[in-house]
Ligand binder design. Structure first.
Ligand code: URA
Length: 218
């Protein structure tokens, strides 16, 4: 059976060839997502910006620098998490993605989630929040996790919103610091729900202790 890295790579190749909506027409590169194939934490942003479009990698501009700062606050290395977006091609002039574009792209994110099966999904901003918390307001629910059977979803502000409005910084950083406790909690929940490990049969997938796999551009 193909391992997660291979499955994610095959999916990234599909994303690179995707013409399901108009966004590919003006994009330089698609941005499938990057990170560890067995990540415990998956971050989901809105869509690639200027720098991401140029490099084919998620969160590499100013928002990405702030995301790195936040990851550092909780001692998480970028290579141990997976970072993806709701739409995989940049929208012209960084406009908001349109409903039909989000719809056309959502199957890719569904499959990334299924493959990685993270303990915690962190949404960054309104568009990814809407996928897990329909009709919610970010100002009302930021930092409040929702528990599902195998994972928790934590809605956070978008890093760009915090850079534009430094008044949000304190909340953002407090919300971010909830991530480690949520990971520990979900690990425990999965363990107590799991049948006792048998000495035979396949081992559960290991948490990210092996070297990370960065999805290549080409
Ligand atoms: N903003 C996003 O939502 N995603 C990126 O990848 C970069 C900036």
């Amino acid at each position: 059976m193909a391992d997660n890295a291979e499955l994610l790579k095959a999916l990234a190749d599909e994303i690179r060839g995707c013409k399901a909506c108009r966004l590919y027409e003006q994009a330089t590169n698609s941005v499938p997502g990057a990170g560890h194939p067995n990540a415990e934490v998956m971050f989901i942003g809105e869509g690639p910006g200027y720098n991401e479009d140029k490099q084919g990698l998620p969160f590499v501009g100013q928002s990405g620098q702030y995301l790195d700062y936040l990851l550092n606050l909780i001692n998480l290395k970028r290579e141990t998490v997976f970072i993806a977006n709701v739409v995989k091609h940049r929208a012209p002039d960084n406009r908001d993605p349109l409903p039909d574009e989000i719809q056309a792209c959502c199957g890719f994110l569904d499959r990334q989630e299924q493959i990685i099966d993270p303990l915690v999904i962190v949404t960054l901003g309104r568009f990814s929040m809407a996928r897990y918390f329909p009709n919610a307001k970010i100002t009302a629910i930021h930092g409040k996790p929702k528990y599902e059977t195998r994972r928790a979803c934590l809605p956070l502000f978008h890093p760009a919103a915090v850079l534009r409005n430094p008044g949000l910084r304190r909340d953002m950083e407090a919300d971010f610091k909830r991530i480690p406790e949520l990971v520990a909690e979900m690990k425990q929940r999965r363990q107590s729900a799991a049948p006792a490990p048998s000495s035979e049969g396949p081992k559960p997938s290991e948490p990210p202790s092996e070297p990370p796999v960065q999805l290549k551009l080409f």
